[in-house]
Design a protein around this ligand. Structure first.
Ligand code: CUK
Ligand code: CUA
Ligand code: CA
Length: 645
């Protein structure tokens, strides 16, 4: 029905006039057009305004410069969108330090090729990796005492509804769980403490919201009647990565936030209508933020008050509106918010969840104690949990915090980040005309989605740096063909006024990220051989073991040589090659490639990894080290002899 927005600016790089203040009214059907085509184009070109780069330069500015040899102060843990990966970007420098293959097979590391990674990724009956695509949006870290503990990071895959866990010590993926009964798994957030066991002051669950409502069971028996489709909120155990329970809701779910006391999780809903097409999803003036009463849900599961969906063993509790009509027994509470909200974020003081308006120029502040009051029968109307709804600009999407009572919300259409004060917004909502809600605006380039601030959604929000994750960089970097990078802009929020300090391109296409103080992360550089039962523990242990047509090659590496210089197998053998890197020196990683067999993977110091292949091509194949490790790295090779059958 519409054309795609052009990402190419006019000759001047500027476009039409920016949105006029009188357009900052509640958006009706105009926004439907606005988000779908022409209006978005207008929004896209409306962003070439004068920047506020020089505005508000305070005497004491933070320096974003990280001199050669110096380390960044923060780990930026970034999703990679439909690249399927996670990246680590130094903040404030913007330097990309690492890419973590997660849902994406990766030829450098051998992710998706080694037996160990295949086991995590899952395989088809023919041994190929089950899915080779993934769409990561939200990275969140595990918490202790309301702040990051560095143990784990989680990321979602929206395409196949999988949750992946990354070990904080090695920054490698160690577990992936495919969520049953859902599609469009989007929002993810760990609890910040265990709500049932007060002694356990740390993450023990990960909550997952799903956008798409589907037939249940989705087995082809009941596809046509969309009114019978529904979506489920899923709880995964943070340690075992098993699905604990699911909660049925009306409508869909988008993002997820959790309270600091562990009692509540919530997800914003843009499709309370249950629509299957765009126009239906926008038909209601209000959607909702649905709150989950975690203790009650888990009590219901313990009491056996659940059903199961055919083909799945996961307990499903009923959190529909009908089932939650009585606050005394309700598992969920639907707080109405303006239509099609995007994003829900928890303020670091633990008091509020904030939903951004997207199609409404507002942000909605929901007070958590009032939601608990509703569950306790002390608040009649869930809407009364809303304590502020300031109008801040066009296309609000995500909100970050500075720990000083201020919130920072991205405006997709206005290409701005807005700083506003939560307490002032509550006063204004209460009728105080003198309250100044919006404190500052800064133009960003262009069309921001996510934003986050250093330690934002933790009790240690420090209000130093804010990053605006801009969906379009347009004219900010050397043109590189049709697809431009995205643009991460660094904003100093330590003063009264925001100051745009720096920008860096990022390749497609991060959504969310968290900015974690570096002392929260404790990585290790050497693996422990004890983790690997198949390890060959000494240099003389390399050997070839034959069991019928199955051949196991136990191989070691110590720079600059492999433990064997010749490996002999017969055509048709099934060969498992187990490589143990006996080097103990930091960063002494070796690679192993076998030509024509399409094998390449790396092994870190004191780590073991294996590959299995059928030796179907006779001949001599030089296996060699692919990861530069030594002055004699090129000499680190040997011959694989595949004898004719
Ligand atoms: S969604 Cu991408 S900009 Cu997946 Cu967090 Cu809002
Ligand atoms: Cu070992 Cu290069
Ligand atoms: Ca809607």
């Amino acid at each position: 029905m519409t054309t795609q927005p052009s990402n190419i600016p006019g000759p001047t790089g500027n476009g039409t006039e920016p949105a006029q203040p009188d357009r900052r009214r509640f958006l009706g059907t105009a926004t439907l057009v606005g988000l779908s085509g022409a209006g978005l184009s207008a929004g896209l070109v409306a962003c070439g305004k004068e920047t506020a780069e020089t505005a508000g330069a305070a005497a004491e500015q933070l320096s974003h410069e990280v001199a050669p040899g110096q380390l960044d102060e923060y780990y930026g843990m970034y999703s990679g969108g439909h690249s399927g990966e996670v990246r680590i970007v130094g903040v404030p420098s913007g330097r990309e330090i690492k890419r973590i293959p997660v849902f994406n097979p990766d030829p450098m590391s051998g992710w998706g090729q080694t037996n160990e990674s295949k086991q995590i990724l899952g395989t088809r009956p023919d041994g190929r990796v089950r899915y080779t695509t993934g769409d990561t949006h939200h990275v969140h870290g595990s918490y202790s005492d309301g702040t990051y503990d560095g143990k784990y990071f989680w990321v979602n895959d929206k395409i196949h509804s999988r949750l992946a866990r990354i070990r904080g010590d090695t920054m490698e993926c160690d577990a992936i769980t495919e969520l049953p009964n859902v599609q469009g798994f989007h929002g993810v957030f760990p609890d910040k403490r265990d709500p049932v066991d007060p002694a356990l002051n740390r993450t023990s669950r990960v909550f997952c919201g799903s956008e798409f409502h589907i037939p249940q069971p989705n087995d082809g028996s009941n596809m046509e009647d969309a009114s019978a489709y529904y979506a489920l909120f899923t709880c995964v155990d943070s340690e075992t990565m098993r699905v604990r329970w699911q909660c049925r809701v009306d409508g869909n779910m988008d993002l997820v936030a959790t309270s600091f006391d562990g009692k509540l999780a919530a997800s914003n809903q843009y499709n309370t209508e249950g629509g299957t097409v765009f126009a239906q999803m926008m038909s209601a003036e209000r959607d909702a933020c649905v709150f989950f009463n975690i203790e009650r849900i888990e009590q219901a599961v313990r009491d056996g008050r659940f059903t199961k969906i055919k083909g799945s063993d996961v307990p499903v509790v009923d959190g529909t509106r009908a089932a939650s009509a009585d606050p005394a027994t309700a598992l969920t509470c639907y707080v109405p918010v303006p239509k099609n909200p995007h994003g829900v974020n928890a303020s670091p003081d633990g008091l509020y969840f904030i939903c951004a308006g997207k199609l409404s120029p507002t942000v909605t502040v929901i007070e958590l104690s009032r939601v608990l009051d509703w569950f306790g029968g002390k608040l009649a109307d869930p809407r009364d949990a809303v304590v502020a709804e300031p109008e801040i600009g066009l296309g609000p999407l995500h909100t970050a915090f500075d720990g000083r009572g201020n919130a920072y919300t991205t405006l997709f259409l206005d290409s701005q980040v807005v700083k506003w004060n939560i307490a002032a917004a509550i006063k204004a909502f209460g009728g105080d005309q003198t309250a100044t809600v919006v404190l500052d605006r800064v133009d960003v380039h262009y069309q921001p989605g996510h934003t986050n601030a250093s330690m934002s959604e933790t009790r240690e929000a420090d209000g130093k740096w804010l990053v605006s994750g801009n969906k379009f960089s347009k004219d900010r970097y050397l043109p590189v063909g049709p697809l431009h990078p995205e643009n991460e802009q660094l904003i100093d929020i330590s003063g009264e006024k925001m100051r745009l300090a720096h920008e860096a391109p990022v390749w497609s296409e991060p959504h969310d990220f968290i900015i974690v103080r570096r002392d929260k992360v404790r990585t290790r550089q050497i693996y422990d051989l004890a983790e690997f039962p198949d390890a060959t523990t000494d240099m003389t242990g390399s050997k070839i073991v034959r069991d019928g047509r199955r051949v196991t090659v136990h191989l070691t590496s110590v720079a600059p040589s492999f433990g064997l210089t010749e490996i002999r197998v017969r055509q048709g053998d099934e060969v498992t090659l187990i490589l143990t890197n006996l080097d103990k020196i930091e960063d002494l990683t070796h690679g192993l490639a076998i030509p024509k067999y399409d094998i390449n993977f790396i092994v870190h110091p004191q780590q073991t990894r294996s590959v299995t292949f059928t030796a179907d091509l006779p001949g001599v194949y030089w296996y060699y080290c692919t990861h530069f490790c030594h002055a004699l790295h090129l000499e680190m090779r040997g011959r694989l002899f595949v004898e004719r059958a």
